[in-house]
Design a protein around this ligand. Structure first.
Ligand code: SF4
Length: 272
């Protein structure tokens, strides 16, 4: 536990306490930017290579202690999702084990979440992943040629290696996120092709279109989602659900499927 005498020099929690949905002792989600930096330079990065236009920095252990001290002072006992965020959060791998240790020492976390480019996974992170409720999303934009064009040479091989290790350690807690760009279109890779490729990875996945500032508009896909693609992805999601498989539901299908599942008096989130 922490000394309550640590200076609370932020008002971070005031808004939360005034929220009418506030449940004493519980936060549904906490997001920590542990690495305001990234080891990659993806062409479409909306976050200025993980820095959000600010000087690159890593969260210190002292700052982390202060976060937990603040939670402790506010009598937070339970957190739904503890999101370990960046930049590339594994640029600060050192802190990863400490976050989990401090969280488990001080409160209950239902799940930790991490989105990573997959190039910095090491055995220590893998051990924590195996032993704790850590959910990891690896960014993979498609086959090697397109992935490396967008994210840098050799990044696909590393991301696939990380995915394999995570899948072997705890297959039910790893997923993939892909960004669809105009480079995919120019390379003859349709959204359906990308979906087929990601299916072969045998983990839930989500595809989103590149959301880039105007200066990078050359990367925005020209085409939208066709009715046929919409039908295909709905068919695929329903088939997976019917077979009891885990599946990531594209955001544009969630409200439709949620209605279907609720009619069976179950929550979609309980299924996926
Ligand atoms: S891995 Fe993510 S944060 Fe890093 S440069 Fe690529 S898109 Fe940006």
């Amino acid at each position: 536990m922490f000394a309550s005498s640590l200076p609370a020099d932020t008002e971070d929690f005031e808004d939360i306490l005034e929220n009418p949905y506030y449940i004493p002792g519980y936060l549904s989600k906490v997001t920590l930017n542990v690495a305001n930096t990234c080891n990659l330079h993806c062409e479409y990065c909306f976050a200025d290579n993980g820095t959000y236009g600010r000087p690159p920095s890593l969260m210190s252990y002292r700052a982390l202690e202060k976060v937990f001290s603040n939670l402790n002072e506010r009598s937070i006992e339970r957190i739904g999702i503890f999101s370990i965020f960046g930049g590339e959060p594994l640029s600060n791998r050192r802190l990863f084990a400490k976050i989990i240790a401090l969280a488990e020492e001080n409160l209950t976390v239902e799940r930790f979440e991490l989105v990573t480019n997959g190039t910095l996974l090491d055995n220590d992170v893998l051990d924590r992943y195996r032993e704790h409720p850590v959910y990891v999303t690896v960014s993979i934009d498609g086959p090697e040629a397109i992935h490396d064009r967008l994210r840098g040479s050799g990044t696909h091989r590393k991301a696939m290696s990380a995915l394999k290790k995570l899948r072997e350690a705890a297959p039910q807690r790893v997923s993939v996120a892909a960004t669809y760009t105009r480079y995919h279109e120019e390379s003859g890779i349709s959204r359906a092709d990308l979906r087929q490729y990601l299916n072969s990875l045998e983990v839930p996945f989500e595809i989103s279109a590149a959301k880039v500032p105007d200066k990078l508009s050359r990367l925005r896909p020209k085409s939208g989602i066709s009715i046929k693609e919409l039908q295909d992805s709905l068919d695929q999601a329903l088939e997976s659900l019917a077979n009891g498989r885990r599946v990531s539901i594209p955001y544009y299908l969630r409200s439709i499927l949620d209605g279907i599942v609720k009619s069976d008096s179950r929550s979609l989130s309980a299924v996926i």
